[in-house]
Ligand binder design. Sequence first.
Ligand code: F0G
Length: 345
Amino acid sequence: MSSQTRVSLGEGGTGLHKSEHLAGDLRLRALSIKCEGENPTGSFKDRGMTVGVSKVIEMGARMVVCASTGNTSASLAAYAARAGLKCVVLIPAGKIAQGKLAQAIAHGAIILEIEGNFDDAQRIIIELTEKNRSIALLNSINPFRLEGQKTLAFEVCDQMDFKSPDVVIVPVGNAGNISAIWKGFDELRIVRVIEKTPRLIGIQAEGAAPIASAYKLKSTEIKNVNRPETVATAIRIGAPASWRKALRAVAESKGSMETVSDAEILQAQRDLARREGIFVEPAAASSIAGLRKLTHEGLIQRDEEIVCVTTGHGLKDPEIVARLGEEPIKTKPDLDSIERVLGLR
Ligand code: F0G
């Protein structure tokens, strides 16, 4: 990649935060949170987008497109703006978190809202780019995206002094990220930077879990979910593109797949925000919800070194906060009223 075509916003280098409180609550020895909301547009997508957009420029693209549940569109819009490319994003009407839509608008993408879900959008965008070869597809089926996203594995090992954790828990939607992360760990093992690879555990929302369902049925094929539904709109996907790679990642790493309910996701989001000071969006909290479930089921041992990946920032989805806790208390602007509310008089 030449330096003229390289497009970067300083992605990666996100924190691996040792859990101060949740680990104790769950009686775990070593739990860390890999906080991907710290990327420039607030999600892990930026790791893939820097490579993806740089490579398609090298190949001569002038226009980039994606289908998205929100974060991919926000990230692509930003990198396209930086590169001076025309950007089109297809999103499901009414199912995109406000923060993500705001980003796509701010960065000047052409936003096409379709009456349909992500799966419909992805199908159309694949047809569009097959028919019009000058338009570059930047969904995670673009292999360069995964090459960027695998750096999460490199970084985690680096942050752990070149040891691998025992378990890495990842939210799963279209299934590109878990595949990319596995590729990263496996490559480190091949070049002998690490001795053993972690078990990868993929978490899906109950209402959008075709891969977890196939895993539990020990099936080598998935059955698409026709009307996927979950509060975690980022992973509201019924026909994931990279399901084969995800099942392979789980099998090769001796990991597993699990589902979590919307209630468990929201509880995990609240716990992470209130117990650790880390605010993530619902899809991102599914890794923590999955950890809790698997620990209770005895599928994760309490003395293991665990990394939960939280994939997107909490500010992406401000509307969800209404379901997390108390509203502000309306108070008159004087000391007397404030002391009264605080029970100080
Ligand atoms: N977490 C968040 C916050 C996401 O935005 C996504 C995917 C995932 C997890 C799942 O990752 O698809 O690689 O398995 N969001 C895509 C989008 C689909 O369009 O923004 P995956």
